[in-house]
Design a binder for this molecule. Structure first.
Ligand code: IPE
Ligand code: IPE
Ligand code: MG
Length: 261
């Protein structure tokens, strides 16, 4: 029995290191819909806010773990959707407060680990305190070159696309571009994610199998991975399992299967 346990531990950690040290089949960009905080708390008889607090701890561990994978350059995290404003005011206020507190608490370590933080979403809807914290973390981590972390706050894909259409329409009206010059690349560069490669893998925790207005344009050819695990319970081993599953997917992009795969 003891030998079997040692074996499992050894094989497990070996597989992990093997993946961490190769760039082959490692997704360069992982996006995560971090869902299930409320249900995690409810199942423990706790307030929803306890689930969100535990969710921040989970995020800290995942970012630390993600930074170990050679080849993984971008992590996009769905933090707060435009639809989430419809939640009870106490929950929204608590989430915004938690966001600001987490920025202050994590800033030092993020800088030490050379992690660059970018925030995408509509800043008009945010309080001045929140935008000040966002500006601070973006400015302080701007030179980070290890991993880029994109936080989606007051984000929805339809709002992002609407904003992109308005930008392009204004450029047409100003005579800067002709309507027939608008192609997929022009639209891509008018999105909040301009300059960031599309996600290779989108993970959703918490058991729901939907995108909830997340990266609808950018995720056109992303691999999707759904897990029942609630976000506060999602740890490095779960991330590793998702990356391993991704490594076995055959991405065809509409073309025919490559026999060499
Ligand atoms: C995700 O967890 C966090 C946010 C949307 C802010 P939820 O709060 O949606 O948790 P569930 O889905 O209610 O369990
Ligand atoms: C998606 O989760 C948004 C975030 C994780 C920030 P929701 O809990 O808001 O999505 P629905 O309501 O289940 O679609
Ligand atoms: Mg949810």
């Amino acid at each position: 029995m003891a030998i079997r346990i040692i074996n499992i531990i050894f094989v497990g950690s070996f597989a992990n290191e093997e993946l961490m040290n190769t760039t082959e089949k490692i997704p360069g960009h992982i996006a995560i819909i971090m869902d299930g905080n409320g249900r995690w708390a409810r199942e423990r008889g706790l307030e929803r806010c306890e689930g969100h607090k535990q969710g921040v701890s989970a995020l800290r561990n995942i970012i630390r773990s993600a930074a170990q994978y050679k080849g993984l350059r971008y992590m996009t995290l769905y933090v707060f959707s435009t639809e989430n404003w419809g939640r009870p005011k106490e929950e929204v206020d608590m989430l915004m407060e938690l966001l600001c507190r987490s920025i202050v608490n994590e800033l030092h370590e993020l800088k030490q680990e050379h992690i660059r933080v970018l925030v995408i979403g509509d800043r008009n809807g945010m309080s001045q305190t929140v935008t000040e914290h966002i500006d601070l973390i973006e400015k302080e981590t701007a030179s980070g070159n290890a991993l880029t972390m994109l936080l989606c706050i007051n984000y929805s894909s339809r709002a992002e696309l609407t904003h992109a259409m308005q930008t392009l329409a204004a450029r047409v009206a100003a005579g800067e571009i002709n309507p027939d010059e608008i192609d997929a690349d022009t639209i891509t560069s008018a999105l909040y994610t301009s300059g960031i490669p599309d996600p290779d893998l989108i993970i959703r925790t918490g058991g729901e199998q939907r995108l909830s207005n997340f990266l609808l344009w950018q995720g056109a050819y992303s691999e999707l991975y759904f897990t029942q695990t609630y976000w506060p319970d999602f740890g490095p081993a779960d991330l590793d399992a998702a990356i391993k599953e991704y490594a076995h997917r055959n991405r065809r992009f509409g073309k025919v299967c490559d026999d060499k795969e």
